[in-house]
Every structure is written in C-alpha cells, then in structure tokens.
Design a protein around this ligand. Structure first.
Ligand code: UCC
Ligand code: FAD
Length: 587
C-alpha cells in the first residue's frame, strides 16, 4: 500500500534521491593551465609529442591508475616479523596494487625520462608534468620514486665506480626486472632536522674497502625499496668518531642480499596519520654492508642533491593534490543542488573556489619554474642567475606549497559539505596525506633557514639574482593596461623587500633567524607574482590568466616588512614570545 501511495522512506524504499559522485575525467584535458603553460614554453615539435603523451597518460590515470591508488590506501603494508617456525624474517608485505605501481612507473619511464633527456632541457618539465598527473592517483608511490630519482641524481653527480655506480642503471631503467627503487635514511631518534647533531650510526671499514653500519634509523619510508642512501660516522681503529657535520659520510647499500635483509632488523612499521600506503619503518642496522660514496666528512653536502629532487617531488605532490581537489570540487559544484540552484551558482561558493584556484595556479608556476631551471642545469644551459634562483626556489617551493596544500585541501573538503569528511569518498585521505608535506624533507622553519644558508653561502648573490629575475618578469607585463596596477603592487613589495634586506644585513644573524619564515614567504609570494604576471602577458593568455595574476598580487606580498614594522623581530619580542607561550605552564 505504501508503495502504491509513493510514500518516501517507507520500508520498501530508501528514498529516490542519490547524489551523483564527483567523477574523475582525463586530468590533462581538464587542466587548461597546465596545457597553456606547456604550449607557451615548449618548442612546437616537443609540445606536439608531449601533448599527445600526456593526453594518453591522463586517460590511463583516470581509467586504470586511480583505482589502484585507492587500493593502496585500503590495503596498507604489514610487517611479518617471524615465520611460523619462530625464525625472524622481518618481511614487509605490500598489496598487489603497490607492486603494480612499480611496474607502471617503469613502463611509463617516470624516472627514466629525466635521465634519458630525450627532450634535452625540457625533459624535466615533461617528467614533472607526467608526475603531476600521476601523483594524486598513485597511492603515494611517488614517495619511493622521489627517493629513487634523488639517489640517481646523487650517483650521477659523484665520481664513483663499482656497485654504487652500477646502481644508476637500475634506478633509471625502463625494464621492470632491472628497475630498483631507493630509500633515504637520514633521521635518527635524536633528530631529523639537526642531522649532524642527531646521527649516531657508525661505519666500520672492512678489509675489502666496504663498510659495516651500526645504528638506528628512526624513519625509513618505502622500506620495501631495493637500496638506500644513508649517513654514518666512520669509526677509526681506536673506536673514535668525529662529531658534527664534518664527521658524516654518505653510504649506499642494498636492503637485501640474496633474499635476506642486509644486516638490518625491522623494529616496527610506523602508525601514521596519513601516507599509510607507504611502509615507513624503524630499522636497526646491525652490520649492514655498505659502500661509501662521498668523501669522508662530506655526507651532508653529497646528499643535498637528493634533497633537491625530493623537495621538488614534495612540491609536485602539494600542487597536484590542490589541483585534484579543485577539479573534483568543481565537478561536484555543478551537480549538487542547494537553496534552489546548483552550488556553483552561489557566488560565495564560487568566490571560495576561485581563491583556491588562484593559490593553485601560483603554486603550479613556482613548481614549473623549478623544473624548468633544473632541466637547464642538467643540460649545462644555466646562467649564473639561473643557478642562484634554482638554489633559492627549491626550499621556497617546498615550504610554501606544503602550507598552501594543507589550507587549500582543507577548504576543498568543505566544498563537499559532510561528504568531504567521509573516509569512503577517498577525500579525507588527501588531507591526511598532505599534512606530511610540511614536516618531512625539512620542516617549514628548517627550510626557511635553508633559504638564509643559500643567501649567506653566495654572499648575497642569490638575492641579487632573485631581484633581477623578478624584475625581468615584471618588465614584460608593464605595458599591459589590465596588469599595470598589479605590476605596481609587486614593485612596491620588491622595494620593501630590498629595503628590509639592506637593513637586516646590519642587524646580525639573530635578527635574520627570527625573520626567516616571513622572509621566505615574501620571496615566494613576490616570485610567484612575477610568474603569474609574465604568464598573463602571453599572447594566448585567457581572461582567467589575467584575473588570477591580479588576484594574487592583492594579498600581502611582503609579510616580512609588515611583521618587522610591528616589531616582531627584536630581543623584547623573543622574550615576550616565550612568556606568551609558557604562561601557566609548570616549565
Ligand atoms: O623526510 C624524509 C622523507 C622521505 C620521503 C620522501 C618523500 C618525498 C616527497 C614525495 C611526495 C609524495 S627524508 C629526510 C629528510 N631530511 C631533511 O630534509 C633534513 C632537514 N634538515 C636540513 O635540511 C638541515 O638544514 C641540514 C641537515 C641540511 C643541516 O645540516 P648541517 O650539516 O648542519 O648543515 P651545514 O653545515 O650548513 O651544511 C653542510 C653542507 C654545506 O656544504 P659546504 O660544506 O660545501 O659549504 C652546505 O652548503 O651541506 C650543504 N647544504 C646544502 N647544499 C646543506 N643543505 C643544502 C641544500 N639544501 N642544498 C645544497
Ligand atoms: P625536530 O627536528 O625535533 O623538530 C621539531 C620542531 O622543531 C619542528 O617544528 C621544527 O621546525 C622545529 N625546529 C627544529 N630546529 C629548529 C630551528 N633551528 N629553528 C626553528 N625551529 C626548529 N626521515 C628520513 O630520513 N627518511 C625517511 O624516509 C623519512 N620518512 C618519513 C615519513 C614520515 C611519514 C614522516 C612524518 C617523517 C619521515 N622522516 C623520514 C623524518 C622527517 O624527515 C623528520 O621527521 C623531519 O625532518 C623533522 O625532524 P624531527 O622529527 O626530528 O623533528
């Protein structure tokens, strides 16, 4: 009877309305900004090929890879410590989808592209574009890929021979049977930021010139990898080691030898907020056989090349997930109905999404600028200015986009209302995963201090290059009437920044250290402003390209000036900060 009366929610019916899920289309075809960037920069013949490849790959990501990524999330790795007979085996069990990701990475040449250099200086831009499409669907497999690429970069840069040099061929292989992934073990219990103060691992040289490593690595991601790079202190015959950064050397080791762990015990797998797809372990090194690949005491300087690459991958992950969240949210906004219209037709909702879009476009151009400069460097085509800017952009891109990703993706979840909070939509995992981006590969503060390191090491030349690079981006925008007031805003910020750096130079290291984070944010915002303006001058720029440049430039582009004027960097502020934070604490 109820059915006949069409009474909703009766026992025989669960209601008639079901919200359509947001659908994932070809993320290359849906990304006008990525296509525009490539068209603007790549030589036409290269663009033609790359365009076809990315269209094909975009379809593969949506049709095949995305559901594998979800499987990785739902089937996290497990550690089997003992076999049925009580033998210690320390086996890390990963799901079939994770293994399939490794195959796909090789088939697609996700690492190889960068080292074959088929498109010469544009090879990195192509590789990064591909990784950008892949990353949000890859179930975090870009984590081992980042370290693999980083290890290849380190080995390529060192003058070494023997097994570690041979590893390069495996890391960059297109043959699934030959391909290796690498880890990056730097963090120990005492510290991950202060690696020099925290590394207790010792290395004992053997008669054949190899070393045995003894130590405890506190975070080791993708521990199912084939090899790793790690740091340790060489112990002399009397058992002495040198402390500090000058005591650290870089080693390369295989994780297994003939099916058995190489003097390694897996203590446990970490229980993490996100990145649950990746096995991250605590490892005891108990005589692991290793090859020294840096000069003695040059470990940190040698692994810096790996940090450069992994920090770029961090940026890819940040920007790609911002893009993914917006693309899903805009899809949803055209299907979800509230207060008599689709939510995309509510101006306040569109304003919210437009703000996310501006952040994402800015972050994207910063990423691509780093990729472009890296490609130039790897083909010996950089000017001195390019080299300086690249050195500066690596920490800036990593620290700035990591923070943008957390806030943009958090806002993105809200765009789905309550569904954004539901685990089985897959959306919350994105927020959990991006939260790590501000922590691993150097926290925001540590990278802000790295910016100061880069400036100090170049005796300020890095900043001179920064100012010149921004200025040249502005020069091309100055004659376009719609952009004139935005150019003025960036100019004004640039002037404030210049004044700040001149005054800061007189005030000493303590002052600069306090200003480091705001300084880094100022550099990032101003540089992005210049990039967006330059992009908006392109003859094929769309109204959206112009509008996003204008919107970007309206924010506080030079927070270091604002905070300085408010007096946040003086000695009084330091003691007041402590009083404020510890009020009421027994400490
Ligand atoms: O967290 C990890 C995650 C693994 C997963 C990877 C995922 C990737 C993303 C994928 C997305 C899905 S692995 C652990 C990461 N750990 C860190 O990032 C460490 C953070 N701490 C720092 O960055 C510190 O600033 C340190 C450790 C670099 C500071 O070390 P020192 O020894 O105190 O630093 P010094 O003495 O200033 O520098 C020693 C040398 C110097 O060279 P020389 O002697 O020639 O002057 C520095 O210029 O190293 C050089 N150096 C650098 N060079 C230091 N940092 C850099 C740099 N960034 N670039 C170039
Ligand atoms: P700490 O160094 O103790 O920092 C604590 C806080 O103090 C931070 O906010 C930091 O910014 C601040 N701080 C420290 N020094 C300063 C300073 N001088 N000025 C201002 N602020 C400061 N490491 C690896 O080596 N390999 C891996 O594969 C790996 N995988 C990881 C996976 C995950 C999921 C996570 C979460 C971490 C992983 N790490 C890995 C470790 C990671 O690199 C470190 O956690 C990170 O570098 C921070 O080090 P820490 O944990 O010792 O924090």
């Amino acid at each position: 009877i109820l059915e006949e009366l069409k009474v909703p929610f009766s026992r025989t019916s669960v209601g008639t309305f079901f919200q359509d899920r947001p659908k994932l289309g070809n993320q290359y075809l849906e990304d006008a900004f990525l296509q525009g960037y490539l068209k603007r920069h790549l030589p036409p013949k290269v663009f033609e090929e790359v365009n076809q490849q990315l269209e094909r790959f975009g379809a593969r990501v949506a049709d095949e890879i995305d559901c594998l990524g979800r499987e990785c999330e739902l089937n996290p790795p497990q550690l089997q410590q003992y076999d049925a007979w009580g033998q210690r085996v320390d086996r890390i069990i990963t799901c079939p989808a994770w293994k399939k990701m490794k195959e796909i990475s090789v088939e697609e040449g996700l690492i190889a592209e960068a080292y074959e250099r088929k498109y010469r200086n544009w090879s990195r831009v192509y590789q990064v574009s591909k990784l950008y499409l892949y990353t949000p669907s890859a179930g975090l497999f870009t984590c081992p890929l980042a370290m693999t690429d980083g290890a290849a970069k380190v080995i390529e840069s060192l003058d070494i021979s023997g097994p570690p040099a041979e590893a390069f061929g495996h890391l960059t292989s297109r043959d699934p049977k030959q391909f290796w992934t690498s880890g990056q073990w730097m963090t120990e219990r005492k510290g991950g930021s202060d690696v020099a103060g925290g590394t207790e691992t010792v290395a004992r040289e053997q008669a054949d010139g190899t070393y045995q490593l003894y130590g405890f690595k506190w975070f080791t991601s993708a521990t199912d990898s084939d090899m790793t790079l790690t740091l340790g202190r060489i112990m002399d015959a009397q058992g002495n080691t040198k402390q500090g950064t000058k005591g650290l050397s870089l080693f390369c080791l295989k994780i297994q030898n003939e099916g058995k762990l190489n003097g390694i015990e897996v203590q446990k797998l970490k229980d993490k907020l996100g990145t649950r797809q990746v096995p991250t372990a605590e490892l005891l090194l108990d005589g692991a056989k290793a090859f020294r690949i840096s000069d003695e005491g040059r470990g940190v300087a040698a692994i810096a090349n790996m940090l450069t690459i992994t920090r770029i991958y961090n940026t890819i992950f940040a920007v790609a997930n911002m893009r993914r969240m917006i693309n899903l949210a805009r899809e949803y906004a055209s299907k979800r109905f509230a207060f008599g219209k689709f939510i995309k037709d509510h101006p306040l909702h569109m304003q919210t999404m437009a703000r996310m879009e501006v952040q994402t476009r800015g972050a994207f151009l910063l990423l691509m600028e780093a990729a472009k400069l890296l490609g130039l460097e790897e083909t010996n085509m950089t000017t001195e200015q390019d080299q300086h800017v690249l050195r500066l952009l690596i920490p800036l891109a990593k620290l700035y986009t990591g923070k943008q990703a957390v806030s943009t993706i958090s806002e993105g979840l809200e765009c789905f209302g309550g569904q954004g909070y539901m685990e089985d939509t897959g959306l919350p995992a994105i927020l959990r995963d991006v939260q790590v981006l501000t922590i691993w590969e150097g926290t925001t503060n540590i990278l802000s201090l790295d910016v100061l390191r880069a400036v100090a090491k170049s005796e300020g030349q890095v900043l001179v290059s920064f100012f010149a690079a921004v200025q040249s981006n502005l020069d091309s925008s100055v004659n376009i009437p719609e952009l004139a007031s935005s150019v003025t805003l960036v100019h004004a910020a640039l002037n404030k920044l210049r004044e700040f750096t001149q005054r800061a130079g007189l005030k000493g290291a303590g002052f600069l250290e306090l200003a480091a984070r705001d300084f880094a944010y100022s550099l990032a915002r101003i540089y992005i402003g210049g990039l967006l303006l330059k992009h908006a001058t392109w003859t094929k720029a769309s109204p959206a390209d112009i509008y996003s440049a204008q919107r970007w430039c309206e924010q506080d582009l030079c927070p270091v000036d604002t905070a300085n004027r408010v007096g946040e960097y003086n000695a009084e502020a330091v003691s007041m900060d402590t009083i404020l934070v510890y009020e009421g604490s027994p400490l």
